[in-house]
Design a binder for this molecule. Structure first.
Ligand code: SF4
Length: 194
């Protein structure tokens, strides 16, 4: 009898992976005015680099920290201009892993808050779970505090469900970040249908 090994994503220790050591501050893609990366019309920034190595990753090429183009001031200005359109609801961060590219994501999110306050929302996907992020490095915890919505957790093929809103496997959650930080417990997005 043979035992088939099930491939799983990697599980880092707290603070094992740091953006300061890993990120090359590169961008895999920027997609303005899309309807798929969260609620409403969104401008999505796909950062380069992720170490979770989930089997079945939707964007494997962006796991490489050296993939894509450098993040530039010009791109940031373009993102801010795009977000300024009245029909745009907000910014979405994906990857790659936004929390391993905090130099880029913190700079951009701080500017979004400076320019737009809370009139634009910020969503981010991450391979980290909410509980893991609470034990993580200061830069990751600061980025979390700038978000409205976090879609958390690795993509698990064994839990894949293509009917879910905005996520690929049922372990992942759409989390209301301010409410969760205020209560200390995970509060799910109030528009969750499935
Ligand atoms: S966390 Fe996301 S980007 Fe990273 S390997 Fe998993 S599915 Fe891919």
């Amino acid at each position: 009898m043979t035992t088939e090994s099930v491939k799983l994503p990697r599980n880092p220790e707290p603070k094992e992976w740091l953006a300061s050591e890993l990120s090359d501050q590169r961008i895999a893609s920027y997609k303005p005015f899309n309807f798929v990366d969260g609620e409403g019309v969104r401008c999505s920034l796909y950062v380069s680099g992720c170490k979770f190595n989930c089997p079945g990753c939707y964007n494997k090429v962006a796991q490489n920290f050296h993939f894509g183009q450098p993040y530039t001031q010009e791109l940031e200005d373009q993102i801010i201009a795009d977000l300024g359109q009245s029909y745009v609801q907000g910014l979405t961060l994906l990857g790659g892993e936004p929390f391993l590219n905090t130099q880029v994501c913190l700079k951009l999110c701080r500017r979004v808050r400076e320019e737009f306050g809370d009139t634009k929302d910020i969503w981010s996907w991450t391979g980290y779970t909410w509980d893991e992020l609470k034990q993580e490095s200061e830069d990751k915890r600061e980025l979390l505090q700038l978000l409205d919505i976090l879609v958390d957790g690795r993509f698990l093929q064994a839990k894949m469900d293509l009917t879910l809103q905005f996520r690929g496997s049922s372990n992942q959650r759409i989390i209301n970040v301010p409410a969760s930080l205020a209560t200390g417990d995970v509060v799910l997005w109030d528009k969750l249908i499935k």
